[in-house]
Design a protein around this ligand. Structure first.
Ligand SMILES: Cc1cc2nc3c(=O)[nH]c(=O)nc-3n(C[C@H](O)[C@H](O)[C@H](O)COP(=O)(O)OP(=O)(O)OC[C@H]3O[C@@H](n4cnc5c(N)ncnc54)[C@H](O)[C@@H]3O)c2cc1C
Length: 433
């Protein structure tokens, strides 16, 4: 039984805050989850348009083998719909090649001598690398020494063609980092997840993930439209209304930038000391834009093959294209196809220029009908993923003082798994304290 009467206050009802709340509630601890937004989920949100399109705020998938996701979610109730493992790759010369299951069945995908991507040694390296990642647990891979992913791939011996035509578009899309500067221990972890699991979306959109966790908490636990402006004495939080709430402990489960702001505005007892190292967080983030179009009718340009489209051309605006309604019909009204286009970076391009440029490239890729596709909405997400470079620990200290904790992907590595894991770890620390 918990020894406290005041609740544990968690600031942020994204995946980390919800995970923390879920584990605390399972152990019978009282929890109050506050979020500034109008719904739970943080970066995992889905909008439904008046016409009935479901637009995830940025193209995003759940890797079904994420250890933390398997511990928390009821996959059956989520009605997960998986993309097919593999991708259609548009090469720099405009031709297309299809890789079937390149990671789950690498022997089938890469052994064909006719495959346009990779030399025979490249294909054999994929097989040996699959064997390599399968020797480790996910945690062991994340703890491995790291360099940047591009250097790692070059040192492993893969050809420039293989790196440019497969690794950059595929993993650049996962990292939102086409140059592959992201740390290689995270690459090894993600590669293993693609080998052992599927990339899936809940039938009704990604927001079903946070909604499922929130629905298991007692009524009144989650307070939306409630922004916290300051943490006082390590165990009180001040709201924008000026109201101060008392807590047994406070968990910061915001993104890194908001956490830095909250801690900068912190006031309280001198003995509630937080080390300078713990209080200065890395806040650099990857930007991505997701541009949604709807076809006017007819067949899906994705041919219902449930494969992701990757663009290997280095100077393109269209980095990857997905057709979510081919994977889950509920993403679009009958007779319409939904086109999700991701562009990573491009900070200086306005939304208008980007939409026009994307449309031009789509017409060259999918035919002139793309010029008539309806532009539904664009989501430019400036802080989509925390930057994660070689040398950054995959686990930062989560306890800031006796009664103050932090969790979220920015305290570990850029993934849903990290958000869920750090939320659980903080809950376990509180329960043991
Ligand atoms: C476009 C995109 C694609 C992605 N693709 C993938 C993918 O394919 N696979 C994968 O594993 N991960 C992916 N991710 C990453 C994943 O979504 C995140 O790692 C995860 O959602 C982070 O959760 P979090 O709880 O740490 O933070 P957040 O989701 O940022 O939650 C923080 C919460 O804190 C709230 N908040 C902030 N300040 C305050 C305040 N002062 N008071 C009260 N509330 C506050 C916010 O409203 C928010 O709800 C993607 C992310 C994006 C944006």
């Amino acid at each position: 039984m918990n020894p406290v009467s005041k609740p544990i206050i968690i600031i942020g009802a994204g995946m980390a805050g919800l995970s923390c709340a879920t584990w605390l509630h399972r152990a019978d601890w009282p929890v109050l989850l506050l979020d500034a937004a109008d719904a739970v989920g943080g970066r995992v949100r889905t909008d439904v348009t008046p016409e009935g399109f479901r637009l995830d705020r940025g193209f995003q998938v759940l890797q079904t083998n994420y250890p933390e996701a398997r511990r928390l979610f009821d996959y059956g109730a989520l009605n997960l719909k998986a993309f097919r493992s593999g991708a259609v790759i548009r090469l720099a010369n405009g031709s297309e090649t299809t890789l079937q299951n390149p990671l789950q069945h690498p022997q089938g995908a890469f052994s064909a001598l006719t495959s346009a991507i990779g030399t025979l040694p490249d294909k054999l390296r994929v097989l040996s690398f699959v064997r390599h990642v399968l020797k480790y647990t996910p945690e062991e891979l994340l703890a491995r020494p790291a360099t940047d992913t591009l250097t790692f791939l070059q040192r492993y011996g893969w050809s420039e063609q293989m790196i440019n035509a497969f690794f950059k578009p595929f993993f650049g899309g996962v990292f939102l980092d086409r140059e592959l500067t992201t740390a290689s221990n995270f690459f090894e972890f993600v590669f293993q997840q693609f080998v052992t699991g599927e990339a899936a979306i809940p039938a009704l959109g990604m927001q079903q993930l946070p909604e499922q966790l929130a629905a298991r908490l007692p009524a009144g636990t989650v307070q939306l439209n409630t922004a916290v402006t300051a943490i006082v004495n390590g165990s009180q939080v001040r709201l924008t209304t000026g109201k101060v709430l008392e807590a047994a402990a406070v968990v910061i489960a915001t993104d890194g930038l908001a956490a830095t702001r909250l801690l900068a505005g912190r006031s309280g007892k001198p003995d509630d000391a937080i080390s300078a190292e713990a209080a200065s967080f890395p806040t650099a983030a990857r930007l991505t834009t997701c541009t949604y179009f709807a076809t006017r009718g007819g067949h899906s340009p994705g041919r219902n093959d449930k494969l992701l489209r990757l663009n290997a051309a280095s100077n393109a605006l269209v980095h990857n294209v997905a057709f979510p309604a081919d994977v889950s019909g509920a993403y679009a009204p009958a007779g319409r196809a939904l086109v999700s286009v991701s562009t990573h970076g491009e900070r200086s391009t306005s939304e208008e220029e980007l939409t026009a440029g994307v449309r031009r490239e789509l017409a060259a890729w999918f035919g002139p009908a793309a010029r008539e596709w309806e532009h539904l909405r664009s989501y430019r997400i400036a802080t989509a993923l925390p930057v994660y470079l070689a040398g950054q620990p995959a686990h930062q200290s989560l306890r800031l003082s006796d009664s103050l904790y932090r969790c979220g992907d920015w305290t570990a590595y850029p993934s849903l798994n990290a958000a869920l894991a750090t939320g659980r770890e903080v809950a376990e620390m509180i329960i043991k304290s």
